[in-house]
Write a new protein. Structure first.
Length: 84
């Protein structure tokens, strides 16, 4: 599981903690794609009506797999200043 989270963090897919409404997934995906969180949320809702069902599965899965930006920053700090 940690390998998946590390890989997603390396690619820039992290859940936003400051712009989150529910889990920060749309804000994190939007940041990675260069979109505002509201545009990403709007696209999420529009595709929910166009292709119903898949988003209900994808959002919780990404919420579980994507690391939060707080945890990524903490991990980066640990690697930059290792404990003695």
């Amino acid at each position: 599981m940690e390998k998946i989270r590390t890989s997603l963090a390396r690619q820039g897919l992290v859940r936003s903690t400051d712009r989150a409404i529910i889990g920060g997934v749309c804000a994190g995906v939007g940041r990675r794609l260069g979109l505002t969180p509201w545009v990403t949320r709007l696209l999420f809702v529009v595709t929910m009506f166009a292709i119903p069902g898949s988003q209900i599965l994808i959002y919780p899965l990404l919420w579980f797999l994507m690391p939060s930006e707080d945890s990524v920053e903490a991990a980066a700090a640990r690697h930059a200043f290792p404990a003695r």
